[in-house]
Design a binder for this molecule. Sequence first.
Ligand code: CA
Length: 299
Amino acid sequence: MRRHIAIALGVICLASLAAPIRSHGQTAAAGCDGIQIALSVGGAACIKPGSGQSFSDCPECPKLVVVPAGEFMMGAPDTEKDRLKGESPQRKVTIASPFAVGKFEVTFAEWEACVAGGGCTQNKSPNDRGWGKGTRPAIQISWNDAKQYAEWLSKKTGKTYRLLTEAEWEYAARAGTTTAYAWGDEVGENNANCRGCKSQWEGNQTAPAGSFKPNAFGLHDMHGNVSEWVEDCHGDYANAPSDGSAAPVTQGCTRVLRGGAWSINPKLMRAAVRLREVPDFRTIIIGFRVARSLSPAAK
Ligand SMILES: [Ca+2]
């Protein structure tokens, strides 16, 4: 017997997990036209990559969408206005398997669940500046703090939660586009939260997660709101990996931040922009989102 429960854009299929393994590493199940994802709470979600359908492993876990496998040109083309030195040379990057990505930046409510659950011991009460917590993205989060959250979530769910690699982040942010922003080459009006994005939060504070339209993969706030830590140490692109993996760890590594933020101008909110900071740095424009691996080997 199979029951379908509509959750947000997605459909959770409580079906048998006894299914053959597909060559790309996900399980297939009769009646599921996407990927059958075993959930921490039991049962499974049937999700079509790239559809924007979402699932989560537990009520307090982040909502996730599934990004499809594919390839893209990482970095800014020579013709891109406002391109910065570290954004080239462009190179083709292949993402071999679908993976799950937080639909939103990790929120204060999700952060507080981690603290209450005994994780996130390094940063038990990040200051919200009086803007409100709940569905606003957690701020004042260091790279080390973000790693502790992913570690707690992995332990809680038995699944592999982690930061996105830098290549995965740009692939997910572009969502098939080649323009400066996922919606085009101009920042436009009310497409995101930045200083110059013409939204109601205009350069003053964070917006509640999901206040703007999602990109083609169903992801919100990849551009703007809070700048997001990714896994990689910052390095130049000349010898960077082309398989979607993180750049090698270097001595004195600074970690990459992506997507710009509420107080940052549009030029630094482009999909190709790379900022960096030391891993224990916390500030009011920095947060993060998580990824979840989907291959059976990684749970
Ligand atoms: Ca963001």
